[in-house]
Design a protein. Structure first.
Length: 174
């Protein structure tokens, strides 16, 4: 019996709860890409604005990385059904509603530029984002109900942080 006591494994001290929780929680990122426009002068104008890092000439999305050991991430994106169409440009210019859609895509890895870590999801990030997206109204109005609003509200839903794009813009001095 005495030998049993000597052979029993000593309990290992528990890891720091915050470190353990961070390993199990989904990482949340904001990603910016160039706006899309019709070929020709509209596309050249949008590309030039993006190259100059004009904040309002970017399309924002939310990336969720469920497993820190894997490079794969899921992108949630709210955009016009036809972002390169004439009607989308016309509606954007006059702040008219246009049909939008929410895309969920798997990416092999996160982009290396214009991708910012913003926090950890309080629960299963992909599941929360799926449910959030189901309830999101898809009539898009540029400047009033667009990718910026979607990104801000989804990040708030996932992490609790409000107006994440304002914070990023201020911290990047753009």
């Amino acid at each position: 019996m005495a030998s049993t006591t000597l052979m029993a494994a000593r309990p290992t001290p528990p890891s720091s709860p915050s470190l353990l929780q961070m390993k199990q929680r989904d990482a949340v990122y904001v990603v910016a890409v160039p706006l899309r426009a019709a070929n020709g002068p509209p596309q050249m104008l949008v590309s030039a604005a993006y190259s100059l890092a004009l904040w309002d000439a970017q399309h924002f999305m939310v990336a969720i990385k469920p497993d820190p050991s894997l490079a794969q991430a899921f992108i949630f994106d709210f955009q016009p059904k036809d972002p390169e169409g004439f009607y989308a440009a016309f509606a954007a210019a006059f702040q008219r509603p246009i049909p939008g859609l929410i895309l969920k895509r798997a990416m092999r890895r996160l982009p290396k530029s214009r991708c910012w870590f913003v926090g950890y999801a309080s629960s299963d990030g992909v599941d929360v984002a799926d449910k959030f997206s189901e309830d999101w109204p898809t009539d898009l109005i540029v400047g009033k109900h667009d990718c910026r609003n979607y990104t801000n509200e989804l990040v708030e839903h996932l992490t609790g942080e409000q107006r994440v794009l304002d914070r990023l813009r201020a911290s990047l001095s753009i």
